[in-house]
Design a protein around this ligand. Structure first.
Ligand code: NAD
Length: 443
């Protein structure tokens, strides 16, 4: 099938690669010409495991090409994926300007029957607006241009794997012809047992927000529990294990820590809450989810103050700057929120991340970024584990302790075994678990 993709960011570029791997003829386009020339050279503009190799293979096969001319991507395509960003406005509602622009381009350049597939996360009701734009822009193609909602569920860090082996494919459509085309498009995945859920368009749009908000809710729930555990002296990890052993609850997304970030949960819960409010329903639960999430960074600062007293003139190392492991994406990363707060409080902050250092430095120039975790720890009063990169688990803890001028580790991801920290002589503050003091510091 001939497929166009508008927007080659995290979702669009992975979609290009996976659709080409499925055997389709794919043309990806982006309004940023620098991004396109980088991609054409075989390098993704962001870190995503396996993606560069896959792009190179698919471009070499001739199934995948890229252009900065959107007309080339739309012309002759049966299906055009819209994968542009939907950032938050100051009010929290989703800014859909890029969606409107992409849809107008789709309408302008469509050469015959075609489907605009919304992969971007949009508020329920967006497809109706898209349909209206198509009718107004192309009355000559009335009845031939369709809209489908096909929300994306991939996770950065495992995006390619998720796109090729999704838990489910969700398609919201109002026309049987569009639905049939989507079944044909995804046939290679459906033949391997992937579940296709077909709904009306509004249900599909709302389902995406419902999923993200629920996952965020689980994280905030366990983070609120962590606060309580710290006051009671209980262990939130064990509580999460007990909860997770109940098949009705499940263990996933019950890891207490510095909170969620990234380009999905923070903006999507806000957009969902704003959508509901606009429709006359006060979804206050979502506001609480966001509030508890912000509290996680504040609680980390309080923990630090509790041990170090004043933060002025203290030097703090942050391990992990991306919003989660496996990506260099720092959008809404809790590590950066923490760095900003510490800098405001007069501390100097140094960060280390296996991938996200350059992005973090660009976003927050006051942050010192180094290329080695032990170098980051030198002359620091504390290390905060902000992102659970697997490589942090194998740190030489004694070497870390020797680099620090005060041996405090605040674990915002509960990555370490407390007994290993005690053995290394570190003062260890996990999240929602009792702190550990080495014998020589206990008073
Ligand atoms: P992104 O910012 O990485 O990519 C968006 C791309 O669209 C950019 O490269 C931008 O230059 C391009 N663009 C904007 N307007 C354009 C236009 N008119 N023509 C051509 N290109 C244009 O965003 P993303 O992370 O890929 O997210 C895209 C959407 O998918 C968002 O709605 C997001 O909520 C949703 N989503 C993201 C993820 C994720 O993990 N990042 C997962 C699921 C869903």
């Amino acid at each position: 099938m001939r497929v166009g993709v508008i927007g080659t960011g995290h979702v669009g570029l992975v979609s290009c690669a996976s659709l080409a791997l499925m055997g389709h003829q794919v043309v990806g386009c982006d309004s940023d010409p620098e991004k396109i020339s980088l991609i054409r050279s075989g390098v993704a503009p962001f870190y995503e495991p396996g993606l560069d190799d896959c792009l190179r293979d698919e471009m070499a096969s001739g199934r995948l090409t890229f252009t900065s001319d959107v007309q080339e991507a739309v012309r002759g395509a049966e299906v055009v994926f819209i994968c542009v960003g939907t950032p938050p406005r100051a009010s929290g509602e989703a800014n859909l300007l890029a969606i409107e622009q992409a849809v107008r381009q789709f309408a302008r350049y469509a050469t015959g029957p075609a489907i605009a597939v919304a992969k971007s996360t949009v508020p329920a009701g967006t497809a109706g607006r898209v349909q209206r734009v198509l009718l107004l822009e192309r009355p000559d193609l009335a009845g031939q241009l369709d809209v489908v909602s096909n929300p994306e569920f991939l996770r950065e860090g495992t995006a390619l794997e998720d796109a090729l082996h999704p838990d489910r494919i969700l398609v919201g459509a109002s026309s049987p012809r569009a639905l049939e085309t989507m079944r044909r498009l995804y046939e290679p995945l459906l033949n391997h047992g992937c579940k296709l859920i077909e709904t009306d368009i509004r249900t599909a749009e709302l389902a995406k927000h419902a999923c993200n908000a629920f996952l965020a809710l689980k994280i905030s729930y366990v983070n609120a529990l962590a606060r309580l555990c710290e006051k009671v002296g209980a262990d939130v990890v064990t509580i999460a294990d007990v909860m997770g052993a109940d098949a009705r609850i499940g263990r996933a997304f019950l890891n207490a820590g510095l909170g969620f970030g990234g380009y999905c949960f923070p903006k999507d819960i806000q957009a969902f809450e704003r959508l509901a409010a606009g429709l006359g329903y006060e979804f206050t639960l979502l506001r609480e989810v966001a509030r508890i999430n912000e509290e996680a960074v504040a609680a980390t600062i309080e923990k630090m103050r509790g041990v170090l007293w004043n933060l002025e003139d203290k030097r703090i190392a942050l391990f992990g700057l991306s919003f989660k492991p496996g990506t260099d994406d720092i959008r809404f990363a809790p590590a950066l929120a923490l760095a900003r707060r510490l800098i405001e409080d007069g501390a100097s902050v140094v960060g280390y991340d296996p991938q996200a250092g350059p992005n973090a430095k660009e976003e927050l120039p006051e942050l010192e970024v180094v290329l080695d975790p032990y170098e980051a720890a030198v002359k620091c009063h504390a290390v905060v584990i902000c992102t659970e990169w697997p490589e942090f688990r194998s740190l030489d803890l004694v070497r870390l302790r020797n680099a620090l001028i005060f041996p405090l580790v605040i674990d915002g991801r509960n990555l370490f075994d407390p007994s290993d920290m005690r053995a290394a002589g570190l003062l260890y503050y996990p999240t929602g678990r009792p702190p550990v003091e080495p014998d020589d510091l206990a008073s």
